[in-house]
Design a protein around this ligand. Structure first.
Ligand code: PEP
Length: 248
């Protein structure tokens, strides 16, 4: 086993240079647990800037990319461009991409496959809506999202972190209970074991995302199948350091 704890901060469409400087200074001050991989998801226009100021113990991620290297896709960026500015990670399939921008499972999976082929590491997000949870469809939905990913990438999971983010918990202040999160993470691991391989199921890191704060991170981190967090709102605040260190 030995899955390294991994905490991502998703800044979404927030921050200007002043705020970014503050966030980065806070990360520099830390101290950040050296046993945790830390990644910040930065708006595309600031990727190059952040690369010049971020400390070595923090990785940078884009928040989206397209599924081909170049061409007539106005407004998009490609994995090749992300790599070209020295960034090694991308967040794909975030629920805001799926709900606001209409990205379907197949498109997300194609993007993940192309990003991996281009040498990026990927935080791939999945999760159910409130309506889906309340009608007992949580597993059906997350398994469907996983199945699309597996159709596109097969057993190539070395460079993927999976983020389970129940949509009803994102930006709402409602966190899944540790038991709710653990149950889904465990089910995801079982599904991967049955449909990909035991070794992928054991090795893949599964983050929980949805209103994680310094106040709830420790209890969530203590769950067996929770290997880190994807953090939105709180990643803009000084408490992000406490969240990174929640597994200590
Ligand atoms: C997210 O954007 O991935 C997220 C989990 O947001 P928040 O922590 O604000 O709920």
């Amino acid at each position: 086993m030995g899955r390294k704890f991994v905490v991502g901060g998703n800044w979404k469409m927030n921050g200007d240079k002043n705020q970014i400087n503050e966030i980065v200074n806070n990360l520099k001050k830390g101290p950040l647990d050296p046993n945790v991989e830390v990644i910040v998801g930065v708006p595309a226009i600031y990727l190059s800037y952040v690369k010049t100021i971020i400390p070595d113990n923090v990785e940078v991620a884009a928040q989206n990319c397209w599924k081909s290297p170049k061409g007539a896709f106005t407004g998009e960026i490609s994995p090749a461009m992300i790599k070209d500015v020295g960034v090694n990670w991308v967040i794909l399939g975030h629920s805001e991409r799926r709900t606001i921008f209409g990205e379907k499972d197949e498109l997300v999976a194609e993007k993940v496959a192309h990003a991996l082929e281009s040498g990026l590491k990927v935080i791939a997000c999945i999760g159910e809506t409130l309506e889906e949870r309340e009608s007992g469809k949580t597993e059906e939905v997350v398994f469907r999202q996983l199945k699309a990913l597996v159709s596109a990438i097969g057993d190539k999971w070395e460079n993927i972190v999976l983020a389970y983010e129940p949509v009803w918990a994102i930006g709402t202040g409602k966190t899944a209970t540790p038991q709710q999160a653990q149950d889904v993470h465990h089910a995801l691991r079982n599904w991967l074991s049955a449909n990909v391989s035991g070794s992928v199921s054991d090795a893949v890191r599964i983050q929980y995302g949805g209103s994680v704060t310094a106040a709830n991170a420790k209890e969530l981190a203590s769950c067996k199948d929770i290997d880190g967090f994807l953090v939105g709102g709180a990643s803009l605040k000084p408490e992000f350091v406490e969240i990174v260190n929640a597994n200590q």
